[in-house]
Structures are given as C-alpha cells and as structure tokens.
Design a protein around this ligand. Sequence first.
Ligand SMILES: [Fe+2]
Length: 176
Amino acid sequence: MTTLTLCSENGIELGSWEDRTIISDKLAALGIDYQYLPTRDLTDLNPDAVMSQYQDAIDEWQQKGGYQSVDVVSIQADNPKAPELRQKFLDEHIHIEDEVRFFAAGSGVFYLHLNHHVYAVDCTEGDFISVPAGTPHWFDMGEAPYFVAVRLFTNPDGWVAQHTGNPVAANFIDAA
Ligand SMILES: [Fe+2]
C-alpha cells in the first residue's frame, strides 16, 4: 500500500498517511508532483508492452515536464546485482534534473529530505512521482527488489547521482 511517512532527521516517525489524496496534497505542498494512475492490463510487463499500455499518460507527462526521453526499468529480486543496485541509491544524493518514475508494478521507497524532515514515500503499483532537480533524496528498493518502472528524463546523461555527503540516510536504512 502506498504510504507517506513523515520522520525527524534521526528517524523518529511523526506521522503516516495511506490516503492517496492526502499524500498528493502533502507532497504538492512541498513542490513534489505525485499522482495515482490505476494500473492497467499488465499480464505482459515487457518494456514495449508497458510503454504502449501507458502511452497516453506518458505523452502527457512528457509534455508537461518537457521530458525528452522515456524508458522502462525492471528489477527482479533474483537479479544477482540486486544488492549492488540497491546500494547505489541508498546514500543521500541530488540530480541536476528531475527524477520521474511511474511504478507499473512492484514498489520502492523514495526518501525526500526537506525542511529538516524526511518524507518517506513508499511507492507501489500505479504511483507516479517527480522528485525535482536538486532535492536531496535517496531510494531504497529493498532487500528483495521488485519493480517495473517507467522513467522519464530531460536528458538521460544528466541523470547522475551527486552525493551530498550527508549521512542522514543511515538513520533509515536497515540491513543495507
Ligand atoms: Fe535519485
């Protein structure tokens, strides 16, 4: 279930919400675009099938955000590189462009470090989130990662993690 959890920087939970309208409103107040799009027929989760299932939504997101390119990334728990992939995004970082994801299947948690608090957005199927360029954040795909996500980029070359050096993520990630 999609959940937004508000925490102090040292990992103490201050509030939690599961209503997507509330989640959307709370994130919008922070400048984060969150939307829910009910998942469609996803018996075929190959990238081309996912792209065509969501083409109308993808067109709209591209137009709205000026995103030039789109792809579909798929991570399975039995991927031998799963621990390495998980580790790659577990430290706080920023990007010079928005990090835009739509979860067609599976889940993952974005941790947004804003206003001296941490907002953990546990994204599940049907969730769209755009983390604005320059927002300190990290992403945990979990110990047994599984997701199929559409990614939108202004410039795929710009989507590089620049680590902030802030150790705050260590207060949130278990068994990493
Ligand atoms: Fe990121």
